[in-house]
Ligand binder design. Structure first.
Ligand SMILES: [Mg+2]
Length: 212
């Protein structure tokens, strides 16, 4: 081994010895609105399937509130929306065809590479359960647990990441010792006790701080 490379490696080893121990954390990660782009998925397919219902195409950016299909589209209620969503992705459910947000997959792989446990906590209609497992597999999400459930407080984690106000409020109340992160989106608002993160880099910083 060349002397120069040897000195370099010794330097890295010394730095590792001096760094603080890193705790491996359980990270409770939501999918829709956080990892999977639900709004781009449904608006794109809505424009394709109902070109004559509105006087313009919908965009993901039009969504600024929860249950937006009832105000943006012709669907009179969410029940009608979900009936369409069950088969709108070429015969599969809407969730089958969603794209990941930019940066989400890289961040998840880095967090897993750091030794953290990725615990998927996602609420889905019953018809999309198999598509959800398929989506996680196709995108090679490095999760070590998957929970499809309504009440996310049932699963203990050290850090949570979610975009739904009702989940954030429930998690901060049920798990005051955990770090609950609000992925800031137009359809949510500040939650007492939750930390605001604006992107995946922000979230990784929160995890890094919590793990030292
Ligand atoms: Mg969500």
């Amino acid at each position: 081994m060349p002397p120069q490379q040897s000195r370099h490696n010794v330097g890295i080893a010394a730095a590792k010895c001096e760094s603080k121990p890193v705790r491996k954390l359980r990270l409770g990660i939501d999918l829709d609105g956080v990892v999977a782009d639900f709004n781009d998925g449904w608006t794109t397919r809505y424009n394709r399937d109902f070109p004559d219902k509105l006087d313009r195409d919908l965009k993901a950016e039009d969504v600024v509130e929860w249950d937006a299909p009832t105000t943006l589209s012709h669907f009179p209620n969410m029940s009608a929306f979900w009936t369409w969503a069950e088969t709108c992705a070429e015969g599969r459910s809407l969730f089958h065809g969603l794209d990941p947000y930019e940066g989400a997959l890289d961040a998840l792989h880095q967090l897993r590479g750091d030794g953290h446990h990725l615990v998927i906590l996602t609420t889905k209609p019953h018809f999309s359960i198999h598509d959800t497992y398929d989506w996680l597999a196709r995108h090679k999400i490095p999760s070590t647990e998957i929970h499809i459930l309504d009440d996310k407080t049932q699963v203990d984690c050290d850090v949570y990441l979610d975009d739904a106000n009702h989940n954030l409020a429930a998690l901060t109340s049920a798990h005051p010792a955990a770090e609950v992160c609000r992925y800031v989106r137009p359809w949510n608002g500040p939650i007492s006790g939750a930390v605001d993160v604006f992107d995946w880099v922000d979230f990784q910083s929160v995890v890094a701080q919590r793990s030292t």
